[in-house]
Each structure stands twice: as C-alpha cells, then as structure tokens.
Design a protein around this ligand. Structure first.
Ligand code: HEM
Length: 221
C-alpha cells in the first residue's frame, strides 16, 4: 500500500472559488429561469458568468495547479474499469486529485454546463426576451435551442443531485471528507508523492480575465 500524507493541500484557491461560484450561479440561474419575465436579464448575466467560469476551468485544466490538470485526472478505460470494480471497497486506491470515475464526471458536468449556456445564447421566451445571438439563427432554430436548453437544465439537475449523492457516499461510506477539502483545500490520506504546489494567483487572474473577455466578445457580436 502506498504511503499517505495526513493532511495535504489539494485544491487551490481558484479551483475552490470557481466551484462554489458555479454552485451559486447555477442555483440563481435555475431560479431566475423559472421566474422568467424581468428576471431573464439577470438570468442571462448569470449565464455569462457561468460560461466565463467554465472556460476558466478548461484553461485551468491545462495551465493550472497540478491537482486541477486534466492530464492528472483523466484516465483511460482500463484504469476507470479497475477503479469502478473497487468503488465500494472502503480502502480502494486513493488519488491525489479526482479518482478515474470522478474525473470523467467533472468533464460531463463542465460540458453539460457549456452546452446549457451556448443553447441559451440562441434561445427566446416567445415574448420579449432573446439570447444575444438570437439574430444569427432562424426562429425555428432558436425554438429548437430553447427546447434543448430546457432539456439540458433538467439533465444538469439530475447530474448535480447524483454529484451530491456520490459526495455523500464518499463522506459517510468511505470516510473521505471531500466537501471539507473543497472548502479548505486540504484532504487527508492522499498518496505521499503527490505534493501540490499551487501556481500563482496572477496566472488564475490572467485566465479569468481572458475567459471573461472571450465571453464579452461573444455576447456583443
Ligand atoms: C451542495 C452542492 C455541492 C457540493 C456539496 C459539491 C461538492 C463537490 C466536491 C466535494 C467536489 C470535489 C470532488 C472530488 O474530490 O473529486 C466537487 C467537484 C466539482 N463539482 Fe461540486 N458540489 C456541489 C454542487 C455543484 C454544482 C451545482 C456544480 C455545477 C454547477 C458542481 C460542479 C462541480 C465540478 C465541475 C467539480 C470539479 C471541480 C474541479 O475539478 O474544478 N458542483 N463538488
């Protein structure tokens, strides 16, 4: 069995802030989307913020801190299968970042969020509100995107409920305090060789501004 550290720094500030901001924005978007009417302008703003954060997370998965790099938590089918077979074992192999199943779940969530916002850019509410790119498609295509926007919203709710359920499973069955780690950055008993050295916050700020600028450019086309 590999040696483990008692308490290791895993999640850097940008990854944690991005995660909890996504949670707040998602809840707000869901609520404001259901309210409709005058709330839709805030719904759209919230969507732009989500798009910026998702873009940021993709940049951070390539240029960020080691625990957030896609290359460190996206494994091939053999490793995913090997891990899946041991998922109910209380002492299955520990990873210093997302486990092989969790890693792909992260990608599914990020891609679903991306599709959700992209379809929203072309959507309409049959009244006075239209996404900023509505003018570039026919009204049939916009209606189609509006339908997909609603389908993905429901899919995301299911996905997030599953996400929370799995986290609870790790918390209570496997005694891995993942929520605490996502709040404080520290997780216990991760493999010793995996010391995470956070990269500078300036780099995070650069990619955040870059993501925000890309989104601003898109919505003002
Ligand atoms: C009460 C609600 C939530 C809790 C308690 C929670 C908790 C967590 C925890 C503990 C992790 C780390 C899992 C691991 O160590 O492998 C995580 C990751 C993640 N969660 Fe959540 N989550 C919540 C809601 C959400 C929502 C609403 C979204 C999306 C809108 C979301 C998207 C993600 C993503 C994308 C990751 C990967 C983080 C990264 O690598 O940057 N979560 N969540």
């Amino acid at each position: 069995m590999s040696r483990t550290n008692k308490n290791s720094y895993i999640w850097d500030v940008p990854t944690r802030v991005c995660h909890w901001a996504l949670l707040v924005l998602f809840v707000f978007s869901w609520w404001s989307g259901r309210e409709g009417g005058m709330f839709l302008q805030y719904h759209m703003l919230s969507g732009y913020c989500i798009l910026s954060l998702v873009l940021f997370r993709f940049f951070w998965g390539i240029f960020g801190t080691s625990s957030s790099l896609f290359s460190n938590f996206l494994f091939g089918p053999a490793e995913v299968w090997r891990y899946s077979k041991t998922i109910f074992h209380k002492n299955s192999v520990r990873y210093f970042t997302h486990n092989p199943l969790g890693g792909w779940a992260v990608i599914v969530m990020l891609v679903a969020l991306l599709l959700q916002v992209i379809t929203g850019l072309f959507a309409n509410d049959d009244l006075f509100n239209e996404g900023p790119l509505y003018q570039y498609v026919s009204s049939q295509v916009s209606d189609f995107f509006t339908g997909i926007h609603e389908v993905i919203a429901n899919f995301l709710i299911g996905l997030i409920l599953l996400h929370i359920l799995v986290i609870a499973f790790y918390q209570f069955w496997k005694k891995q305090h993942l929520v605490r780690a996502m709040i404080t950055g520290y997780l216990s008993e991760v493999p010793e060789k995996s010391r995470v050295v956070p990269v500078t916050l300036w780099r995070a700020l650069f990619f955040l501004v870059l993501s925000g600028s890309i989104v601003t450019l898109i919505v003002s086309l």
